[in-house]
Every structure is written in C-alpha cells, then in structure tokens.
Write a protein that binds this ligand. Structure first.
Ligand SMILES: NC(=O)c1ccc[n+]([C@@H]2O[C@H](COP(=O)([O-])OP(=O)(O)OC[C@H]3O[C@@H](n4cnc5c(N)ncnc54)[C@H](O)[C@@H]3O)[C@@H](O)[C@H]2O)c1
Ligand SMILES: O=CC(O)CS(=O)(=O)O
Length: 484
C-alpha cells in the first residue's frame, strides 16, 4: 500500500548535494523495499564517485562560512530543525516503519529520540569552552581554544535510520563542521526526509549533504579524501575495521560505534519482575536488532527457574507482524540474510544442547519474520555466546557465583553495553566496576539517551556520541601561546 503522508514532500527520491536535490548522473537507482511486505516503496539514486567528490567540494566551500557563524546562530538553526522533526514525527515514523520494519510505536519513539540529539546539541553548541593554563614562563599567556575539525563524513546503519544520523549530524553542525552522510542502502528514505527538514530549518547549502548509493564507491572517496578530516561510522565491527584501514593514509579523526555482545546478568538478590521487564526491553526492542540488545542472559542458579517462567510468560505476550498494524510489538528482520543468520545460531545452539523454551523457528507469517525465542541451557561453547544475534532470540546461561558471572560477561571481544540486576550495594559497585564495557545498565534495561556518552571499548569501537563528550568528537584543540 502506498505511504499516506500528511506531507508527501517528505518522501524524497533524490539526494541533497550542495543544497540541490539531484539524481545520479547516469540515472542509476536502488530500490527500497518494505521488509514486512516486500513491496517497493521508492527508488533512490545510486550515486558513485563523481557525486561524492561534488559533495565534498561543496562541504569544503560551505565550511568556510558555517564555521564563522556564532554558536548562537548555529544553535538557532538546530532548534528549528528539532521543532520540525517533532512536528513531522508521524510522517517520519511512517517512512521508518515502511523501510525498516519496526513497529510504528517504536518508530515514533525513535523520531523523538533522534530529535532529542538535535535539541541537546543545539544547547551544547554554546558550551564549546576553551581554557587558560598558567604559563611556565613570565610574560606569556597560554590559551586553549576549540575549533571545528572541518568536513566530516558519516556512514550509518539501517537499524536506527534516524537516530544514528542525528547523533552525528547535530554535534557536527553545532561545532561548526559540515557533514556528508551515507545512510544504509536499506533505509535511505528516513535520511533524505531528515535532510529535507534540515534544509527547511535553514541549514545552508553544502553544510549537510546525503548520498545514497554504492557503499564501496562513496565510502572509498570519503575515506581517501584529504579534504574530509573526520569519519564517523556506526555499523559492524568488520566494516569498521575496513574503514579504519582506508582512513589510515589520510590520518582522519575517527569515531567508531560498532557491534556488541551485551551480557544481561540476573543475580539471586535481583527484583525478578523488574529484571524480566528490563530483559524484555533490552532484548526485544527493534526485534532484537539493536547494538546494545541483551545478547546473552546470564541467570544465577537460585533464581534461574523462576526467572525463566516469568520470561516465558512475557515473551508469549509479544505479537509478531507488520509494524504498521496496531498491537504489533515485533516486526520483521531487515532481510532474509538476517533470518538465515539467526537460524544458524539457533541450530548451532540446539545441536550443542540448548533447549527451545519457546519460538526457535521462522514465523508462520513467512518472509523475514522470526518467532520471539528463548533458549535454555545455553553454554559458552555455542556460537551464540560469541556472535551478535541481531534477532529476537534470548539464550539463557546459568551461573553459580558472582566471579563466574563477571568472567562469563567479559569473555567476549566486544565491550559496548552490559546490564545487571542486583540489590546488594557492595555487589552493585563490584560488578559495575568489573564489567569491561563502555556502558552498564544497573537495574535498567534501557540506557540510551542523548544526555549520556554512548560508546564502547575493545572491538566495539572508539569515541562517544551524545552527552557532553559527543561534541568533542567534532572539535580540534588549539593552543595559543601569547607573549606580551
Ligand atoms: N555501536 C553502535 O552505536 C551501533 C549502533 C547501531 C548499529 N551498530 C552495529 O551495526 C551493525 C548492523 O548494522 P549494518 O548491518 O548496517 O552494519 P554494516 O557494517 O554492514 O553497514 C553499516 C553501514 O556501512 C556501509 N558499508 C558497508 N560496507 C562498506 C564499505 N566497504 N565501505 C563503506 N561503507 C560500507 C553500509 O552501507 C551501511 O551504511 C551491527 O553490528 C550493530 O551492532 C552499532
Ligand atoms: O543500535 C544501536 C543503537 O545505538 C540504538 S540506541 O541508541 O540504543 O537506541
């Protein structure tokens, strides 16, 4: 069914480069399909090297003007963009659910979350402070200032088609940088709608461009360009490594928000109802396709059976279907490859002794729908203990002691988010400190917010998005030694 938008002008099928909406020079397009129905939603340009080079040149020209705006002027534009995002929340959510599949309520939530980054960084624009340092010599002053890094490039994933863009673009613009975004091939329409609203908000030509098309061609030009001073990437660890290599010859500043393998630990002293609520929010949000999703549930012996019973009741209440339909809480996975990966991980776990408590197979709805699943008796030798599931499968591991839980939780190359439920204050501090992760949810399954620094350690990447740290990623520190 065609999208019924209040403002059809938000469904853009051209790319924004230097303030102009353009098609590919050779007319090539890529199809955007609805993962719930397989229907074609729209075609967008398949851009390549020439258009990317044009966007970089425009961003360079625009930078010389944009960086001279006062923080207040840049903040004013961002505040208008924030208002427009919220005024168009419903249309933006419809576009998102159509191309990404998540339930409409989650899409509305993501638009508000995406907008909150714009609001936050509009406020932070005015707080890019420098400092003075007592000089070791007489007759001199040391002044430290912050300057925008310059032209930035952003490459973003399909799982959060709006928020992963605003949490890069908003701090970049607030700091005085210009930015070129290459969204995921599966979800370009949300990115183009954000750009349309940014343009309406008064973001000048060339300050924010969006390029859809060939990831390798666009990525190759962005990463090799001397003019691009920073690359910010959210996506898989595998692609993050490739991009880091490509950026090495031009030594760009980089932020990498990569994959995760979040442990969700439930200790004997936890409030079990709260733990189940947290596990449901963490595990099944976006049908398990969230980088901070609980990937492994570790449950202490004494509460294992009680926790499993409550978790099963909650999972059975989930409703799988097209995200456009009322009451649906679990949409499709993004594509068939995603379902195949989930199937492989479940089969591997079952072949090594895991029990299917519920689910464990494709949904009767067909296509990319997979049943919300719980696997009991998961063990560390299973692939699911090491790999990101990115689907609605909760493998539950049993442990005996606090030390066991910490060892199991840290036994991964990733270090993005971890969660635990406990009430003993000493344990809360011990475990909180021992977990080798960038973010830890304690008695909370939801941790994502624009006001806190989001990011990981180990193979989950580097840099932080959001919070006061988020804008630091887009500035360079300069020191002026002033003799008088
Ligand atoms: N840490 C975080 O904040 C965070 C947030 C969201 C998603 N993720 C991670 O992202 C992954 C899922 O997203 P995905 O499947 O879109 O990831 P992906 O790495 O396959 O793709 C991410 C982006 O990179 C582009 N890309 C792929 N190959 C490229 C290349 N050779 N050159 C340039 N660009 C290239 C894609 O087109 C897409 O825009 C998961 O691992 C998830 O954990 C991490
Ligand atoms: O997929 C990863 C995210 O960063 C999504 S969220 O910020 O946790 O909503």
């Amino acid at each position: 069914m065609p999208l019924q938008l209040r403002d059809p002008g938000l469904l853009k099928t051209q790319c924004l480069i230097d303030g102009q909406w353009l098609s590919a020079r050779d007319g090539a397009v890529i199809a955007v399909n609805n993962p719930a129905t397989g229907e074609l939603i729209a075609n967008v340009p398949k851009l390549g090297e020439a258009e990317t080079q044009a966007a970089i040149s425009a961003a360079e020209r625009a930078f010389s003007e944009w960086k001279t705006k006062t923080a207040e002027q840049r903040a004013a534009v961002l505040h208008i963009w924030f208002e427009l995002l919220m005024q168009n929340q419903e249309d933006l959510a419809q576009i998102m659910t159509a191309e990404q599949g998540k339930p409409l309520a989650e899409s509305r939530g993501e638009i508000a979350y995406a907008a909150s980054y714009v609001q936050w960084f509009a406020e932070e624009a005015r707080r890019v402070y420098g400092s003075t340092v007592p000089a070791p010599w007489g007759g001199k002053k040391i002044v430290v200032t912050k300057e925008p890094v310059g032209v930035c490039a952003a490459i973003t994933p399909w799982n959060f088609p709006a928020a992963m863009i605003t949490r890069k673009v908003a701090p970049a613009l607030a700091a005085g940088c210009t930015i070129i975004v290459k969204p995921a091939q599966q979800t370009p329409l949300s990115a183009l709608a954000l750009a349309e609203l940014a343009q309406r908000a008064g973001v000048p030509a060339g300050v924010f461009s969006v390029l859809t098309g060939s990831a390798r061609a666009i990525g190759g030009v962005l990463t090799s360009s001397m003019a691009v001073r920073k690359l910010t990437f959210t996506g898989s660890t595998e692609v993050g490594r490739v991009l880091a290599e490509q950026c090495a010859p031009t030594l760009k500043k980089m932020s990498l928000e990569l994959g995760g393998n979040a442990p969700f630990i439930v200790f004997d002293d936890a409030d079990l109802d709260a733990a189940v609520e947290g596990a449901m929010a963490s595990k099944y949000r976006n049908t398990g396709q969230t980088c901070v999703c609980a990937n492994r549930l570790l449950v202490q012996d004494g509460v294992y059976d009680a926790f499993m019973a409550k978790l099963k009741t909650a999972v059975l209440a989930l409703k799988v279907g097209d995200g456009m339909q009322d009451g649906v809480t679990q949409g499709p996975l993004i594509d068939d490859a995603a379902v195949e990966k989930v199937e492989e991980l479940v089969q591997d776990a079952v072949s090594k002794g895991a029990q299917v408590i519920t689910g464990g197979k494709r949904s009767h709805l067909g296509r990319s729908f997979y049943e919300p699943t719980i696997l009991g008796g998961a063990e560390t030798g299973m692939r699911i203990a090491k790999e990101e599931v990115f689907g609605p499968v909760a493998p539950v591991f049993r442990f005996k002691t606090e030390e066991d839980a910490i060892r199991m939780a840290n036994d991964t190359e990733f270090g993005l988010a971890a969660y635990f439920y406990a009430r003993d204050l000493g344990r809360v501090w011990r475990v909180g400190e021992a977990l080798e992760y960038g973010m830890v949810g304690i008695n909370s399954g939801i941790i994502s917010t624009a006001v806190a620094p989001f990011g990981g350690v180990k193979q989950s990447g580097m840099g932080r998005e959001g919070g006061a740290a988020g804008i630091d990623e887009y500035v360079s520190t300069k020191y002026l030694c002033m003799g008088y």
